[in-house]
Design a protein around this ligand. Structure first.
Ligand code: PHE
Length: 463
């Protein structure tokens, strides 16, 4: 089905830029620092890095290989190489992608709102940024407008297809984001008490590592590397056989991890220099950063602040693009409707699915206090991320490695990677991927999945 009219990436750089664009997003800059801040700083960073190497990189290589071999969407990829029953894994991925985007787009709307607020409004004159964040996420009309706007921009780009839209945007915006992060890190290091933040982030306290830390770090790794929902099966299906999968996956993994690491390096000195708590949760970036921009003075603050939130929006945009591409590719392949119609229909539907999550940030009480588990009240927003991201994505990853090693077979997997890349056959990468995909990843993912589902949703503690 990889016909010429399906489109393709222009080459390795185009693929890596788009896949890294998908990976680098709110997950790195918004979520990584607050997850680290809630789970012990350096201890979390350490567990996170282990998850990236032992699980993230192998699963990423697995997804891209499956996509490139089959040249089709996740549902059809599992069907082609497995069976009708296996195709449900692909469907599960697509469902996770849809639910994930519906909430992700709400957070992207916050970033968009902050960008406009700093550029053209009074956001830099606010006294209490914590209270401001709480009020702004509960504001129905603002959230509606900004997240709707964000979805529309995403749909415009995705409707233009693979090369013209996705690739071009990623190539320009990624380097800019990098540069601004570096600038802000240098600045944050000069602030009083910055050293406390750096220590918190880099010197681990091993006693803080527990099941919860591992589960969160693993969920974060899947979130950040765009794994477990078939996004990279989808992107891999547009990848040319000439390009090395393992090299591309390495570049994407390293870029993504570096951006997350740098985001932490920027945030914790800021948080400590302002005497805030690192465990503030989802508001962390939205509270710590505007305070700093405020202190920079009206003009500098406005320039740097709007630049930062603009780039955060762009990082989110290259991610929402790839998320919308999952159902879009699926429907283009399976239903053969015109791409434009599919893209707009999917975008609208996903926006509507996201409305309860949007309203669950204080606007509607029954949605805000939706369920009670893990000893606390959870909103629809929390619930969707818990089920379809933190739990659903590692499950997708677990099924993927089981599929590759037990059904498709390591031999065929290795053969696909080695196409036009014969050096792979005798490489360390091959041994590493074969050990992890066959044994380590299924073992770790399976254990953590069972333990945490019992603990999180059923309050059964094994450890
Ligand atoms: N990796 C993206 C981020 O960190 C989110 C994402 C997940 C995008 C899955 C696409 C697919 O923000």
């Amino acid at each position: 089905m990889a016909g010429a009219n399906r489109g393709a990436f222009s080459g390795k750089i185009g693929f890596v830029a788009a896949a890294a664009g998908s990976a680098v997003g709110l997950g790195n800059i918004w979520r990584f620092p607050y997850e680290a801040g809630q789970h012990g700083g350096a201890a979390f960073l350490l567990v996170y890095l282990v998850c990236i190497i032992l699980i993230g990189y192998p699963v990423m290589s697995g997804e891209i290989t499956l996509g490139r071999n089959t040249g089709t969407n996740p549902y059809n990829a599992y069907k082609k190489l497995g069976s009708k029953a296996w195709s449900f894994v692909g469907i599960w991925g697509i469902i996770c992608g849809i639910m994930f985007l519906s909430v992700y787009n709400v957070v992207a709307g916050w970033a968009f709102n902050y960008f406009i607020g700093i550029s053209f409004g009074n956001l830099l004159q606010v006294e209490d940024y914590g209270a401001y964040f709480t009020a702004s996420t509960a504001d129905v009309s603002d959230n509606f407008v900004y997240s709707f706007g964000f979805m529309v921009i995403t749909a415009v780009i995705v409707s233009r297809g693979i090369k013209g839209g996705i690739e071009k945007a990623s190539k320009i915006l990624m380097p800019l984001l990098f540069a601004l992060l570096l600038g802000l890190i240098v600045y944050s290091f000069t602030l009083p008490n910055a050293m406390e933040g750096i220590k918190y982030y880099l010197i681990p306290d091993f006693s803080l590592i527990n099941v919860e830390t591992i589960y969160s770090a693993l969920g974060q790794a899947f979130f950040s590397l765009s794994l477990g929902m078939g996004a990279l099966i989808t992107y891999g299906s547009y990848l040319n056989k000439k390009n090395s999968i393992t090299e591309a996956a390495k570049l994407v993994t390293i870029t993504d991890t570096l951006v997350a690491f740098l985001a932490g390096l920027m945030i914790f000195p800021l948080v400590f220099s302002q005497g805030q708590s690192p465990s503030a949760g989802p508001g962390l970036v939205f509270v710590a950063l505007p305070g700093i921009f405020h202190d920079m003075g009206p003009l500098t603050g406005r320039i740097v602040g709007s630049g930062f939130f603009l780039l955060l929006c762009f990082a989110a945009l290259t991610s929402t693009i790839s998320l919308l591409e999952i159902p879009a590719t699926f429907l283009v392949d399976e239903k053969k409707w015109p791409r434009k119609t599919i893209v707009w229909l999917s975008a609208l539907t996903i926006f509507i699915i996201g409305l309860p999550s949007m309203l669950s940030q204080g606007a509607v009480d029954s949605l805000t206090n939706f369920l009670f588990y893990e000893g606390q009240s959870k909103s629809v927003f929390d619930f969707v991320f818990d089920v379809f991201s933190d739990t659903g994505l590692p499950l997708g990853g677990l099924l993927l490695v089981i599929f590759i090693s037990r059904r498709w077979g390591m031999k065929k997997f290795n053969e696909e990677i080695a196409v036009e890349n014969p050096r792979y056959i005798n490489s360390i990468t091959k041994s590493f991927l074969n050990i992890t995909i066959r044994y380590l990843s299924p073992l770790i993912l399976g254990t953590i999945f069972i333990v945490t589902v019992l603990q999180k949703f059923f309050n059964v503690h094994i450890f």
